[in-house]
Design a protein around this ligand. Sequence first.
Ligand SMILES: [Zn+2]
Length: 302
Amino acid sequence: MVKLPNKQLSRCNLCGGGKFKLVKSFLRDDQAKFKVYDCQQCGHVQLLPKPTAEDDKEFYDQNQQDKNRGKEIDYEKLAANQRFDTDRHVALIRKLFPRKVSVLDIGAGYGFFVAALHDAGFKRVKGIEISRERRTIAQAHTPAQILEHDVAAGAEIIGRYDVATLFHVLEHTTDPIAFLKQIKTLLKPKGTFICEVPNVSDQLLANSREYHDFYWIRAHLNYFSGQTLKRAFTAAGFKKIKLVYAQRYGLLNLSNWLLYGKPQIERPVFEINRDYAAVDDYYRELLERKGRSDALLAIAQA
Ligand SMILES: [Zn+2]
């Protein structure tokens, strides 16, 4: 067990505790200043010390430069890489709600989900996105509105919604409970909040050393399990919290890690040849049943 120096920047993001166990001594993207710890009070896994505003500025400026060095964004390619997730999220909304509901997607990115949901007949869907570049690209591809809006600004300008979605955003926030409280103000009374994050109980972390070396990154400040995600939701005042485990990557990805110890970054493959679909389905269901899938959703009421 370790007690970290600089008390202020080394408090647990969820419970404020100060005693930790080291989970990873290095990050994939070589940011030596930070390590990953597990809070001994509540079990929340997180990056510490907490990056300061200066750290963030430096990191994200550098990130932007790296991105700009490459070629222009290929919208179709990105959309294709994310199609599995986009379709899965649209299917979930279709299963849970009638088309007349209003939906706000927070951190809409390039707007793939918003565009697909609008195409599926949910005409009252909007997205909010802080990056101007992403917003502009997203807006060029869908009639649904993609707005500039800071969640902290509340509902005064953009109103309240029946449903709010937050896909792979919460793990990036410095104060997840405060962020969740702000989201709650954007929902109508008893509105539904759907949030997806990577699941730190991911089975593959236990099975592949290379995957474990690859997993921890500077941009992710929080690594949730079902238990800690539920804790954060409860602390933010959400009710009727339901956890749903979702396996995004299939058997091909598992094989790739076990055989070659490498990710599939350029062309991620989510689905196996149709002839083996039943085996792939079984693999996913097994991990989801055990709570050891690579992603995790919480569905809750405001
Ligand atoms: Zn804690």
